[in-house]
Write a protein that binds this ligand. Structure first.
Ligand SMILES: Cc1cc2nc3c(=O)[nH]c(=O)nc-3n(C[C@H](O)[C@H](O)[C@H](O)COP(=O)(O)OP(=O)(O)OC[C@H]3O[C@@H](n4cnc5c(N)ncnc54)[C@H](O)[C@@H]3O)c2cc1C
Length: 435
């Protein structure tokens, strides 16, 4: 890391967290010539619990950051293979003017490091091993900086900037410190994953999704799916994600994972004693804009910090990168105005713009995630929908949000019309009990 000077440090913009949201925000701000200081508690490269799956929507954002996706280390996939009740359906990613017709995988160990390097190459300053502890507020309660502890010696520093982008992930420390609570009625999921060595599956051309996970044999299908994503380096990333629901007793997700893997073909080698490569690790998925508002008192929330994981399929990387870029564009415009009410009006455009882009889609997705917790619905989906190539050709576009807005085919037009028919929601939270 760069040696941080004594105190205080100043910048045009402070970005807290250098995951996909923070790196994207920093890259796009630096490209505008802004002095952006990124504070990241970890040292890169570092592990991040993830499925490592990148849909065409995520690839689109990598290209926007100038990432060389032809370089070694990326593994391409051509679509999704759905497995449910003994039936297998393979669906290619649709080719469109907006999104490429392929996805990728890359371990987050490399991926986040690579994105952070893109931001630094564009001119951003990155301080790693720097844990932000809290916002510094002015007399009016607006954030004017942050306090942080730097390095192994935990040296305290204050960093000041007129605008802060909080991209600190699901813990959302900055948002919590500013009193921005999670909305209890919006969905959360829990996901676990483990790497396995598998000569048979590591360079597969599809992302495998298994749709009929169960807590016990003969029990109802659980609200989520299992995945086997080929990494192209001898390993597969295997995991499962389940929408949280009220249960009489806690679900043992590791047991569910083990029972499911016992059903995979023996030649895949996933049950071999030496197949696991590293421990099972898990984390929460904050979905469907479950933390609002996305802007308050000088701080914009991007990615998981703003609950931006898709309630349709649990992917968060493309939305983290998109929100980082939108935040960067709006902050750049705001900084062109003098401090005061007009700058504030420009910053207020961020939540409005995120809702314009994703509000209706996520609102419908939150209904979808709620329906998944009803056994008759999951049973119907796993039996009738996931096993039908015709249905899955539509559903895959809706789940991964890869329709063309203009000039798309009939499937795109149907899905776009469906999403547009959903009433828009306010980008501000309705009054409800915080959790
Ligand atoms: C098991 C699992 C599987 C998943 N699989 C996929 C998948 O296949 N595809 C997909 O698209 N999404 C997937 N997701 C979701 C995806 O991982 C997240 O949505 C994505 O990482 C969000 O990016 P972010 O930048 O908002 O947050 P993060 O990636 O969490 O980055 C936040 C950063 O902030 C730093 N930070 C936190 N607190 C502080 C602090 N106080 N001071 C300084 N730095 C701080 C952290 O160290 C971290 O680097 C999965 C999630 C899980 C849990």
């Amino acid at each position: 890391m760069t040696e941080s000077p004594l105190w205080p440090e100043t910048a045009d913009v402070i970005v807290v967290g250098a995951g996909p949201a923070g790196a994207s925000a920093a890259y796009h701000l630096a490209r505008h010539g802004r002095d952006v200081l990124v504070l990241e508690k970890a040292e890169f490269p570092r592990e991040k619990v993830c499925g490592d799956g990148l849909t065409p929507r995520a690839v689109h954002h990598l290209i926007r950051m100038g990432v060389d996706i032809e370089a070694p280390g990326w593994h391409r996939n051509r679509g999704v293979r759905f497995v449910s009740r003994g039936t297998t359906v393979e669906i290619d990613w649709p080719e469109s003017a907006r999104f490429p017709g392929f996805g990728l995988t890359r371990s987050r160990h490399d991926f986040d490091d690579l994105l952070a390097r893109r931001a630094v190459a564009a001119g951003a300053r990155l301080w790693t091993a720097t844990r932000v502890t809290e916002p510094v507020l002015d007399r009016a309660g607006r954030a004017r900086g942050v306090t942080a502890l730097v390095g192994a010696g935990r040296r305290p520093v204050v960093c000041e900037a007129p605008v802060i982008i909080a991209a600190d992930g699901v813990s959302a420390r900055m948002a919590v410190a500013l009193g921005v609570a999670r909305l209890p009625r919006r969905p959360m999921a829990t996901a676990i994953r483990q790497y396995y060595r598998s000569a048979a599956r590591h360079d597969d051309a599809f992302l495998d999704i298994w749709g009929d996970l169960r807590a016990r044999p003969g029990g109802p299908p659980l609200p989520g799916y299992g995945w086997i994503f080929p990494m192209g380096d001898g390993r597969v990333n295997v995991g499962l994600g389940l929408v949280n629901e009220a249960r009489p007793e806690p679900l043992d997700t590791r047991r569910v994972l083990a029972d499911w893997l016992a059903r995979t073909p023996g030649e895949w080698g996933l049950m071999a004693p030496d197949a696991p490569d590293g421990p099972v690790r898990g984390a929460a998925l904050p979905m469907g804009f479950n933390r609002l508002p996305h802007y308050t008192r000088g701080v914009l929330l991007a990615g998981d910090a703003g609950g931006m994981v898709s309630p349709w399929n649990g992917e968060g990387i493309p939305y983290a990168m998109e929100s980082g870029e939108v935040a960067a564009e709006i902050v750049n415009q705001a900084l062109a105005r003098p401090p005061g009410p007009w700058r504030e009006r420009v910053l207020q455009r961020y939540p409005a713009e995120m809702h314009r882009r994703l509000g209706r889609y996520y609102r419908l997705g939150n209904v979808w995630a709620g329906l998944l917790t009803r056994p008759p619905v999951t049973s119907f989906l796993s039996r009738r929908v996931v096993t039908s190539p015709a249905a899955m050709r539509y559903l895959v576009r809706l789940l991964a949000n890869v329709t063309d807005e203009a000039g798309g085919d009939a499937a795109d037009r149907v899905i776009n019309a469906l999403v547009r028919a959903v009433p828009a929601r306010s980008p501000r939270p309705r009054r409800s009990r915080p959790r």
